[in-house]
Design a binder for this molecule. Sequence first.
Ligand SMILES: C[S@@+](CC[C@H](N)C(=O)[O-])C[C@H]1O[C@@H](n2cnc3c(N)ncnc32)[C@H](O)[C@@H]1O
Length: 228
Amino acid sequence: MNLEKIAFRWSPNLWSTALKGTECYHQLLTQKKMRILEIGASSSIVSLMFDVTQSDIKVGCWQKKQMSEATSALKDLSNLQSKYTVAQVDAFEIVGKFDVIIMKSVLGGLFRTHNSTLDECELYIKSLLKNNINEGGVFITIDNGKHMAEKLLKSIGILKTRWRRFSIQDLSFADNKGFAGAILTVGSLTYRIYIIGFFIDKLLFNLDCLLMKLLPKHPNVICSVFKK
Ligand SMILES: C[S@@+](CC[C@H](N)C(=O)[O-])C[C@H]1O[C@@H](n2cnc3c(N)ncnc32)[C@H](O)[C@@H]1O
């Protein structure tokens, strides 16, 4: 089984492009035996992208159901190089210090637009860096970008949730950012209409990569890396 597929599950091309677009990810892959924490994992386990580092990886899930999804996803994988422990972890009550903390598609839900501000979100990241990241370590968050046609999509019932989507200018104190997509790849059809969906997703992704060159200010996915 391809680790990247399990790491990103729903739109692997798009989301992995954003992570791989950061210099920091490639530097981290040259290190070994790190202490890594993933927050908000499910059957999609983004920390698998660090498997080659032979690290101690804590796969943090918020709910029991996601703990069993993560556990069974890991059981299906053979020849893993890192050691994985699945645990219940609340993003607001993290205990201990890590070399890497990573979350994928979590931050925007923790700080939804109707009950939080961007300042609160930034303060949260700063406190994670201060309290839970080892010196020289990093916090990585991969999130949905603010869609160019957000208003239109909301008016036709897509993007209804009050999930916080980030623009390039948000979280400006990040040391490193990676971007992917422009306007076409809003969700994934692979898990809805399977093989046909897979091909549509792939086509849209490739078109989106081209469009991104024309519309670089509106990425669909943004990976932000904060160093301590
Ligand atoms: C959109 S899902 C993303 C799940 C997975 N990371 C992925 O990319 O498929 C958002 C996740 O955030 C988790 N979550 C919500 N509140 C949380 C909290 N306080 N602490 C940790 N995780 C939380 C949810 O359980 C959910 O799994």
